[in-house]
Design a protein around this ligand. Structure first.
Ligand code: MG
Length: 156
């Protein structure tokens, strides 16, 4: 078995779509990035790549590559899934750190999106939500951060 961890953060900016775990969340601000800036999916991708010793998201999908401009990060997750050929995903756990908006109502859909992009059951994916109690850049509403761990098992 192999474990990996991932972390990502993106800045919030007014008028952009807020996409987390592939869910478009109604909110006055969204995340800035070259892709759709889905910070949760990016953390999950890095956890998987870390577990498989395949580098990181920036190496695979550079933000200088026009092919990945505004790309749906769930699509990148599917591409990563295909690279994990020798491994199966046992489970993923993750945390989104955001002061606002309330994200818990969207958690189930996020788990389902991530799981279906990976071809696993939704019960193998967990997404948690927290705030930093007003502290730091997430607390000030300047950005959203996400972290994830993934456990893989070598296919026999
Ligand atoms: Mg990112």
């Amino acid at each position: 078995m192999r474990i990996g961890q991932g972390y990502d953060a993106h800045a919030l900016s007014g008028g952009l779509p807020l996409i987390l775990g592939g869910v478009n969340i109604p909110w006055h601000s969204g995340l800035l990035g070259h892709s759709d800036a889905d910070v949760l999916t990016h953390a999950v991708i890095d956890a998987l790549l870390g577990a498989a010793a395949l580098g990181d998201i920036g190496r695979l999908f550079p933000d200088t590559d026009a092919r990945y401009k505004d790309v749906c990060s769930l699509r990148l997750l599917s591409l990563v899934s295909a690279l994990l050929g020798g491994y199966e995903v046992l489970n993923i756990d993750s945390t989104v750190t955001a002061q606002e908006p309330k994200l818990a109502p969207y958690g189930r859909e996020m788990c389902e999106n991530i799981a279906s992009s990976l071809g696993v059951r939704a019960s193998q994916v967990n997404v948690k939500f927290t705030t930093e109690e007003g502290l730091g850049f997430t607390g000030a509403g300047l950005g959203i951060a996400a972290s994830a761990v993934a456990l893989l098992r070598e296919r026999l």
